[in-house]
Structures are given as structure tokens and as C-alpha cells.
Design a binder for this molecule. Structure first.
Ligand SMILES: NC(=O)c1ccc[n+]([C@@H]2O[C@H](COP(=O)([O-])OP(=O)(O)OC[C@H]3O[C@@H](n4cnc5c(N)ncnc54)[C@H](O)[C@@H]3O)[C@@H](O)[C@H]2O)c1
Length: 259
């Protein structure tokens, strides 16, 4: 039986909350006192999330697929049914299909776009009526990537989806303001190997080169993104909307000349 929130408790819906950055987002927002609804497709990750969050606060774990409009609308209805309000949405779930463009199937391309980009639109469509009611202003944060603006080879679907997120962010900010603010975060290299479900998790190892290519001297951790999302969602950030916040330890500011 899920505990319900109290009337003053703010509520955030987080997609892909079972593993990686999403798991850190769930735990961080619980620590801040939010009630959290987590949408996650992976059953094993959901079981672990239920266990991990049991004594951490109020967390509703919903097994659902963000590429399905009915799953998104059901998840939002269930969140409202249980918590009676929705103040913020974080679209974090994403997939990749990295392979040469000549062999990338249309089905694989469409799936990446559906999960990474179209779900952002569907979440806005179904959450907007509730976010508008939020005291202090509703807020959306979409996870983009530094790959929205630069690439390795064979990343067309993922890069295009993240470029789409940056554009969707400013479009939604203009359409949904002033009641709802919409921002995106572009993470750089964030280490998530130790934030995967137990059967997939491995201890991270970083070489000196891995660290030193970042002006801050280290690879990122999921909490770097969770803290940024919390900052953007806080009503105190009420003058920030339509923005793409790059959180990459300065990696994309470093000019590379091969000697
Ligand atoms: N880790 C990085 O270095 C990095 C860098 C740039 C951007 N990002 C972005 O940050 C976000 C999180 O990345 P991550 O590294 O933690 O990824 P991850 O793969 O570790 O976690 C993603 C989670 O989303 C879930 N998911 C996948 N498809 C889903 C669906 N259809 N419905 C519901 N849930 C689904 C997965 O099961 C998984 O738990 C993504 O948007 C990613 O593009 C990550």
C-alpha cells in the first residue's frame, strides 16, 4: 500500500527512474521532501527501486513505457489519483541505437525518437493541465545531451533525438509560460555503471586521461545532474525557462588540437 503525500508536499514525476541518473533523481527528490512518481519499463529495476525507496519517503513506482501515449496518460492519472497534485516532470528515460547509418533500421530509429523525444511532447501534453495548477509554478526538465551539439560517428538517432529535446524545450517554454517553466539539461560524461540494477552494475574505473580531459578533473556523477534538476525545478529559479544547462565538467569548452 503506497503512502500518500501531505497536501503541502510537492510532487515530481520522473521517467526512467529505475537506473542510472533516473535512480539518483528519484533518491535526491525524496531527500528534498518531494513525493515522487517514477515511470520505468524494467521490472527488475522497479523491484529494486521499491526496495531502495521503502524508507526514504513517498515513492510511487509505475511499470510503464514512455513510448506509449496510453502509458503516459495512465501514469499521470495514477499520480494525480494517489498524490492529488503534480508540480514537476523530469523526462530522463532514453535509449540508443548506435550503428552505421546504412544498417540502422527505420524501426530502431523510430524507437529512439519515440522514447527520447516524442515522450517529452506526450508528457507535456498530458501533464500541462496539472502543472498549471501548481502553487509557485509548474516545471518540466528534459534530459538532452552534449551530443545535441556534437557527435561521435554512428549516433544519428540518439543525437537527433537530443537536438530535438533542445528545440522542444524552448518551444514548450514559450507555449506553456507563464504558468509552466520548461528547461533542459545537457549532461556530458556521467558515470552510471554503479547506478544500474544489481545484475548489470559494475564498479567504475577511470584512467587519468578520462579525468584530465575534463577541466574539473573528474568524470561526472548522477548527483551532478540531480542537483541541477532540483535547482531548475525550485520555484526560486522562476526567471529561468527555455534554457539548456550544460553539465559536463567543462569538456565541451575545451578546444582539441591533435598534435
Ligand atoms: N550517462 C551519461 O553520460 C549521459 C550523457 C548525456 C545524456 N544523458 C541522458 O541522461 C538520461 C539518463 O541517462 P542514463 O545514462 O542514466 O541512462 P540509463 O540507460 O542508465 O537509464 C535509463 C533508464 O530509462 C529506462 N527506460 C528505457 N526505455 C524506457 C521506456 N520506454 N519507458 C520507461 N523507461 C525506459 C531504462 O530501463 C533505464 O532504467 C538520458 O536521457 C540520457 O540520454 C546521459
Amino acid at each position: 500500500m503506497i503512502q500518500t503525500n501531505n497536501d503541502n508536499q510537492r510532487v515530481v514525476l520522473i521517467t526512467g527512474g529505475g537506473q542510472g541518473i533516473g535512480r539518483a533523481l528519484v533518491l535526491h527528490f525524496l531527500k528534498l521532501g518531494y513525493a515522487v512518481a517514477a515511470m520505468e519499463i524494467d521490472r527488475e529495476a522497479n523491484e529494486e527501486l521499491r526496495t531502495i525507496t521503502r524508507n526514504q519517503g513517498v515513492c510511487l513506482v509505475l511499470e510503464s513505457d514512455v513510448s506509449s501515449e496510453s502509458d503516459i496518460s495512465n501514469a499521470i492519472s495514477q499520480t494525480i489519483q494517489v498524490f492529488r497534485r503534480l508540480d514537476a516532470v523530469i523526462h530522463n528515460a532514453a535509449v540508443t541505437a548506435n550503428q552505421p547509418v546504412e544498417t540502422l533500421s527505420l524501426e530502431a530509429w523510430n524507437h529512439v525518437l519515440a522514447v527520447n523525444l516524442t515522450a517529452g511532447f506526450l508528457l507535456a501534453k498530458h501533464a500541462a493541465p496539472h502543472l498549471r495548477q501548481s502553487e509557485g509554478g509548474g516545471s518540466m526538465v528534459l534530459l538532452a545531451s552534449t551530443r545535441a551539439l556534437m557527435s561521435e560517428a554512428n549516433t544519428e538517432a540518439y543525437s537527433a533525438s537530443k537536438g530535438g529535446i533542445v528545440a522542444l524545450t524552448h518551444a514548450l517554454a514559450v507555449s506553456l509560460g507563464p504558468e509552466i517553466r520548461v528547461n533542459c539539461i545537457s549532461p556530458g560524461w556521467i558515470e552510471t555503471r554503479d547506478w544500474q540494477k544489481a545484475s548489470k552494475a559494475t564498479p567504475p574505473v577511470h584512467s587519468e586521461e578520462d579525468k584530465s580531459q575534463h577541466p574539473v578533473g573528474r568524470v561526472g556523477v548522477p548527483e551532478d545532474i540531480a542537483r541541477t534538476a532540483a535547482f531548475l525545478i525550485d520555484p526560486g529559479s522562476g526567471f529561468i525557462t527555455g534554457e539548456n544547462v550544460v553539465v559536463d565538467g567543462g569538456m565541451t569548452k575545451k578546444m582539441i588540437y591533435v598534435e
